[in-house]
Design a binder for this molecule. Structure first.
Ligand code: F6P
Length: 418
């Protein structure tokens, strides 16, 4: 086929985003299409810093399936409206034209869906024929329309397993040592990862005993009463706190003060605050954990379902692009809970861009501290199945590092001004 396909990764990476990249490259190769990858997402596309994936062996590309991180680099970089950022959009199209890029696949979350949509519009306006497809990923699971997002199932599995295991530890020592364990999870404004922690326990006395969702305003007294009652009844208490928890005035309990290019507050560090509150008001010995990047890079405990989704959206993304389906995203559509069945359908990017899907009310138990049967029905299939990476004789996973050889520049150097 005439022309090349450009693939780029965007936003926070996941345990399986490289599996999507691998599927993109393998599918394109089957169609005889060469894939370039932009280094560090759209930044590399603007700088004309383009990696030639045809220099990588089939084995290296296959190994992306089990390698976490972002093999080509990702970014937090926001293109503003077409009017405000016209020069950057024009530069992108200039780069596309110079390298005969006819298909662009942007692998990211809701902000990236917005960027993809705008690029698709600019291509048309400038008379350059490029088909743009947004490919979903985000551990936050907050994309609209798609039933779930690649990356989420694996972080959900990591979280549920970690809560289960750490709680066995706490229970063993509780009589004479730690009584409260607090674990913080990612997810920004949406409580999907926090909810997934709920899979660890099936009855009221099993951990986690308290989940603090971003969708529910934090009530200090009610929380402390709940922790005390749990310790008195069970002997110990596991608390899961979402990084996005807010007080009644809507302020984040923890906000480190920095904002990224999308204007998002950097969150993190609420677990020690909650743990200290427990210590100060109830006097219990505590431990807290902040898995942070560990949770979204934990490929060793990835969910097989999630991996299958990640590969499927990569493959479908290429097929849609080659079929000329501009400004769409391959979405995961659930057709049945039990047995779990799903399919991929193309949905317009306009329905995904900038929307944020929160945890539905029906997924949070009436007391606000746990998950419902409906949440379990939704979550369980997503964490099902194991997909261990291969391990070497050194006892470590065999993760691949690509050569990432760049193609020769054809345009003058471009500096991304602030
Ligand atoms: O991509 C989603 C996410 O993992 C959030 O859950 C988290 O708040 C954020 O990324 C962290 O972003 P960064 O790595 O850019 O600080």
């Amino acid at each position: 086929m005439q022309g090349k396909l450009l693939y780029a990764q965007s936003g926070g990476v996941t345990a399986v985003i490289n599996a999507t990249a691998g599927a993109v490259i393998e599918t394109a190769r089957k169609h005889g299409v060469r894939v370039l990858a932009a280094r560090n997402g759209i930044i590399g596309a603007l700088r004309e810093d383009l990696i030639d994936t045809s220099k990588e062996s089939a084995a290296a590309i296959a190994a992306l399936r089990h390698t976490p991180g972002g093999a080509f680099g990702s970014c937090r970089f926001k293109l503003k409206s077409i009017e405000q950022d016209r020069a950057r959009y024009e530069r992108l199209i200039e780069v596309f034209r110079a390298h005969d890029i006819r298909w662009f696949l942007y692998n990211g979350g809701n902000d990236s869906a917005d960027t993809s949509l705008k690029i698709s519009q600019v291509g048309k306006a400038l008379g350059y024929d490029v088909t743009v497809v947004g490919v979903p990923k985000t551990v936050d699971n907050d994309l609209a329309v798609t039933d779930c997002c690649p990356g989420f199932g694996s972080v959900a599995k990591y979280t549920a397993v970690s809560v289960l295991e750490a709680s066995l530890d706490v229970a063993s020592m509780a009589e004479s040592s730690t009584k409260v364990f607090v674990i913080e999870v990612m997810g920004r404004h949406a409580g999907w990862i926090a909810a997934a922690a709920g899979l660890a326990g099936k009855s009221a006395d099993e951990a986690p005993h308290v989940i603090l969702f971003p969708e529910i305003a934090f009530d200090e007294d009610a929380f402390l009463a709940r922790v005390r009652a749990t310790v008195e009844r069970v002997g110990w208490c596991t608390v899961v706190v979402s990084e996005g928890v807010r007080d009644k005035e809507g302020r984040f309990l923890s906000e480190v003060g920095t904002r990224d290019a999308f204007g998002h507050a950097q969150l993190g560090g609420v677990a020690p605050l909650v743990a200290q509150l427990v210590k100060d008001r109830l006097g219990y010995k505590y431990h807290w954990a902040l898995p942070d990047y560990l949770q979204r890079s934990a490929r060793h405990i990835a969910s097989k379902t999630d991996l299958d989704h990640a590969c499927a959206v990569g493959k479908a993304g290429v097929e849609l692009a080659l079929a000329g389906r501009n400004a769409v995203m391959p979405a995961i559509i659930r057709t049945s809970d039990a047995p779990y069945r799903w399919k991929i359908e193309a949905v317009p990017l306009a329905r995904v861009a900038n929307h944020e899907k929160k945890l539905p009310k029906g997924f949070i138990s009436r007391d606000g501290y746990g998950i419902t049967a409906a949440a379990r029905r939704y979550l369980e299939p997503l964490v099902r199945g194991e997909a261990s990476p291969p391990y070497g004789r050194d006892g470590l996973p065999k993760y691949v590092r690509l050569k990432n050889i760049v193609v020769a520049r054809k345009l003058p150097e471009y500096v991304i001004a602030d």
